[in-house]
Design a protein around this ligand. Structure first.
Ligand code: NAP
Ligand code: MG
Length: 476
């Protein structure tokens, strides 16, 4: 039974303006079309602010500003001086961490304990890490004396880790001497705009970082713009394919970080209490809105019933509710559309014969919420075993031998991440080496560090972010 906790609401130190413009060439600029759209708090459905709709003209102005900054200021600057700016941004993120965390939670719905302890911390770490690289890039590409930047980078990010994805894109790009036009997701533009304010306060030269808000059409205009040298995209496989088609035949470079349907493999010899914590972290972190979520659990047959029993007991203790409450484990689903998508896939699981298990808690009346859920009796052909649900819903299947686990884990068009739980080191190595996934965690899940490359195989995309490997995309 869940303990009753008193509410422990985070206070809100952040002032949200009624309206936000684009950040172009170091200035705040209204949309050329004059239009705005609302961004809402998914926990309450209340409007937070109106945000500028980015038109092709806005994108054009931003790319021109980025080009000017690239040619006139940023590329000619001594790398050691560029590093100072990147460090300054990192320090400012740390100094304003509470503001950023609260704003991220308000705009996106994730629990404050995650935005505070994960998103903002990792975002700062990415700037610190890449600041260190700025004047050491000759060591990034062996055999090359002084690698060159690529030019103007168009960065497009999704709504599940808005600030962190912006940091993943901006930090390596500018540390390598490129300039950036960032298009945040429609439902979560506010922390990208606060990051733009931080760039402004850090006196980053105008045009090095530009933020143009809007929807998919704004992103498409950025992809199509002839002045963009490279596209760095994180989002769905569907849009990744559209982008690849759009840039075919151009000289644009591209990295695509796309969807996933990761296998989390639990052997009978694994320490089961730890494995259950890894399962919970793997699928319920950030409401399951995680590209590398461990959304397919493969359990070795002898321990299937025990794992299911322990997991059922564990999810009863997860607290779903107000994301600003410091005790909340599962916050709000990011949008009504995402909530509907999860509900549709859950219904398909039931219709196809899987058995749904859910925690029994009540949900808040307003806002979009979903109980921690998992399915048993799942077969590999079920949609819930094949498609990315992107919500707090796990599909559980079984296996008998390591080779069967490997075959089932790799039976997916995706290949972003995987987890392996066993107390035998040799077995985890045997399995990890054979999994077609960009990242494999052994007796752990969702471990991140800016020095560690992240990225996919197959329909999970290509290119790496983080580490030395991640620098290659921003150098020529
Ligand atoms: P999405 O629909 O692909 O959107 C991603 C971004 O692309 C948003 O900013 C979106 O704008 C924009 N966009 C939409 N259509 C576009 C177009 N035709 N051209 C250019 N840009 C366009 O993905 P999402 O639903 O926001 O995010 C969830 C997906 O991201 C999941 O599949 C998840 O697995 C993936 N993801 C992958 C990683 C990774 O590192 N591999 C990390 C996080 C998330 P709007 O917001 O206005 O639609
Ligand atoms: Mg929002």
């Amino acid at each position: 039974m869940a303990l009753a906790y008193a509410p422990s609401l985070e206070t809100t130190p952040v002032r949200i303006a009624p309206r936000y413009d684009h950040f172009i060439g170091g200035r705040w600029v209204a949309s050329a079309g004059g239009e705005t759209f609302a961004t809402v708090n998914p926990a309450t459905e209340a409007e937070l602010a109106q945000v500028a709709v980015g038109t092709p003209d806005d994108v054009d102005r931003a790319v021109a500003a980025a080009r000017r900054a690239y040619e006139q200021t940023w590329r000619p600057m001594r790398p050691a001086d560029r590093a100072k700016y990147v460090y300054r941004i990192a320090r400012a993120i740390t100094e304003r961490s509470r503001e950023l965390a609260v704003l991220e939670t308000l705009d996106g719905g994730k629990p404050i304990k995650e935005s505070r302890d994960f998103d903002v911390v990792q975002a700062a770490a990415h700037f610190f890490y890449h600041a260190g690289w700025a004047d050491k890039l000759r060591y990034a590409l062996p055999g090359r004396d002084e690698p060159e930047p690529v030019g103007v980078v168009g960065s497009i990010v999704p709504w599940n880790f808005p600030l962190l994805m912006a940091a993943w894109k901006i930090a390596p790009a500018i540390a390598c001497g490129n300039t950036v036009v960032l298009k945040p997701a429609e439902t979560t533009p506010l922390t990208a705009l606060l990051l733009a304010q931080i760039c402004e306060e850090a006196e980053l030269p105008p045009g090095v970082v530009n933020v143009v808000t809007g929807d998919g059409q704004t992103g498409a205009a950025l992809v199509a713009h002839p002045g963009v040298d490279k596209i760095a995209f994180t989002g769905s496989t569907e849009v990744g394919k559209i982008i690849q088609k759009a840039i075919a035949g151009t000289r644009k470079r591209v990295t695509l970080e796309l969807g996933g349907k990761a296998a989390n493999i639990v052997f009978a010899d694994a320490p089961l209490d730890q494995a259950v914590e890894g399962i919970v972290n793997g699928i319920y972190f950030n409401q399951g809105h995680v590209c590398c979520a461990g959304s397919r659990l493969l359990v070795q047959e002898p321990v299937h019933d025990e794992v299911v029993e322990r997991l059922a007991a564990r999810i009863e203790t997860l607290r779903v509710g107000d994301p600003l409450d410091k005790n909340t484990d599962i916050g709000a689903i990011n949008s009504a559309a995402q909530h509907a998508k999860i509900a549709e896939l859950v219904a398909s699981g039931i219709a196809e014969g899987a058995v749904l298990h859910q925690q029994s808690c009540a949900l808040p009346e307003r806002g979009w919420y979903h109980r921690a859920s998992f399915f048993t009796n799942v077969s590999q052909s079920h949609r819930i075993a094949r498609e990315e649900i992107f919500g707090p819903v796990l599909s559980i299947m079984t296996f008998r031998t390591a080779d069967e686990a490997i075959e089932k884990a790799n039976n997916t068009p995706y290949g972003l991440s995987a987890g392996v739980w066993t107390d035998k080191g040799a077995k985890s190595m045997y399995v990890a080496q054979r999994l077609a996934a960009g990242v494999v965690w052994c007796s752990a899940f969702n471990q991140f560090d800016p020095s560690s490359p992240f990225g996919g195989y197959r329909e999970s995309g290509f290119g790496r972010e983080g580490g030395v490997a991640g620098l290659h995309a921003y150098l020529s």
